[in-house]
Design a binder for this molecule. Structure first.
Ligand code: NAD
Length: 388
């Protein structure tokens, strides 16, 4: 089986789907691996290092896409700077494995289906113990949570740790993390390591113990509705619950030096949790990092990829933080992909899809040109109705 690693084309992307180490493991398992020339450059993996691991370096991207049996990528497909489209290079019989953002970009899924190809979306891998080492949402969200704290620490005009010096005592910074999923928990751990005092809130009550185990204080908000959806995710709550949440967290936002927001509900616009009036009540110099800025934002006034100043408060809306730690982000992602490939490939080293396996069933978005995921089909219908 020929596995092909395409170079990422999204502006600012520095990750690559496979690292030389993982290429070496796949080659040992009998796979042929092709890597597009320069694919790993921005993640610090040279063409020479891929060749040493047993890969062939392919200069012509179109050939790589057309002749690769399994195409591995990080980002959803798009149009290349030279005008060609990755969608046009997918062919019947090929299998794509990548993040595909299927609920937000259903028309992209439709284009994949029209090619007759098969596609696995990394977002759809079930969040189960068995699938844990293939869970790329987690590996990449953890990096985002870590980097969000580092960004906040370098923007804050204060120290994070408490310091007792001959020139006086510095109190520790106060960090408030909203959303204690994978990114939020890593943000709590990182802020604690830097010496901050940390509070956190999530609408899923089971996160309380996880926050406490990392040394954070959990902010309780009593909501009179179920906040959990299937798969361990949060569900979109009523306007009344949103209002109660905002009232309860306002004083914690007001007293924080740093607020990090990570709250998301899959397939929905991110909930607004930090309002303009809460920002106005913060001390000048405080920092907000809104990790949901791309999904509409948890903080009113945040903008994707920008830092907005409001009353002396920096509201940062970083875009694609995992790409800013490209070496380790690629290393983790490559291991996630290798695990998934382990489920997709049979003993004879060829693709063998057993749809009775919940990982294959869950992650396979398109099979031989047919969209399999009901939520994506519904999102696509909505999108088509909106366009026509
Ligand atoms: P996510 O990125 O979808 O959301 C981030 C957090 O925002 C979640 O904790 C969510 O509860 C929270 N949130 C949503 N709306 C909110 C609101 N209005 N106010 C406050 N917080 C809000 O979540 P994620 O980090 O991808 O994790 C999703 C779930 O998957 C979690 O239950 C996590 O424990 C679980 N998970 C399981 C495994 C596994 O078992 N292998 C691996 C990873 C994650």
């Amino acid at each position: 089986m020929r596995v092909a690693v395409a170079k990422e084309i999204q502006p600012g992307e520095r990750r690559v789907a496979l690292t030389p180490e993982v290429v070496g493991r796949l080659v040992k398992r009998g796979m042929e691996v092709w890597v597009e020339a320069g694919a790993g450059d921005r993640a610090c993996f040279s063409d020479t290092s891929y060749e040493a691991a047993g890969a062939a370096i392919i200069e012509d991207p179109q050939r790589l896409w057309r002749e690769g049996q399994v195409i591995l990528k990080v980002n959803p497909l798009g149009d290349r700077p030279d005008g060609a489209s990755e969608y046009d290079w997918l062919s019947e019989g090929s299998t794509l494995v990548s993040f595909l953002n299927p609920l937000a970009e259903p028309t992209g899924v439709n284009r994949i289906a029209k090619s007759g190809a098969t596609a696995f979306a990394m977002e759809l891998i079930p969040r189960t113990s068995r699938a844990q080492s293939a869970d790329a949402l987690s590996s990449q969200a953890s990096i985002a949570g870590y980097k969000a704290v580092l960004m906040a620490a370098s923007q804050l005009p204060k120290y994070f740790p408490m310091l007792t010096t001959a020139a006086g005592t510095i109190p520790p910074a106060k960090v408030f993390v909203i959303g204690a999923g994978v990114a939020g928990l890593q943000a709590i751990a990182t802020a604690r390591r830097l010496g901050a005092v940390v509070e956190a809130f999530d609408i899923r009550p089971e996160t309380k113990e996880q926050v406490q185990s990392l040394g954070g204080k959990f902010v309780e908000v009593a909501l009179e509705e179920e906040t959990r959806a299937a798969g361990g995710y949060a569900k979109e709550v009523s306007d009344d619950s949103k209002r109660r949440t905002q009232e309860a967290i306002a004083k914690h936002v007001g007293s924080a030096d740093v607020v990090i927001t990570t709250a998301q509900v899959p397939g929905k616009k991110a909930p607004v949790l930090v309002t303009k009036s809460m920002v106005e009540a913060m001390k000048p110099g405080s920092v907000i990092v809104d990790l949901a800025a791309n999904q509409g934002g948890n903080c009113e006034g945040s903008a994707p990829g920008e830092t907005v100043m409001q009353n002396g408060v920096s509201i940062m809306g970083p875009d694609n933080l995992p790409a800013s730690v490209p070496l380790h982000a690629s290393q983790l992602y490559a291991k996630n992909l290798a695990t998934l490939l382990g489920y997709l490939v049979g003993e004879n080293g060829e693709l063998s899809l057993d749809f009775k396996d919940d990982i294959i069933d869950g992650a396979c978005l398109v099979h031989q040109g047919k969209i399999r995921n009901e939520r994506v089909k519904a999102a696509l219908e909505e999108e088509l109705v909106r366009i026509t």
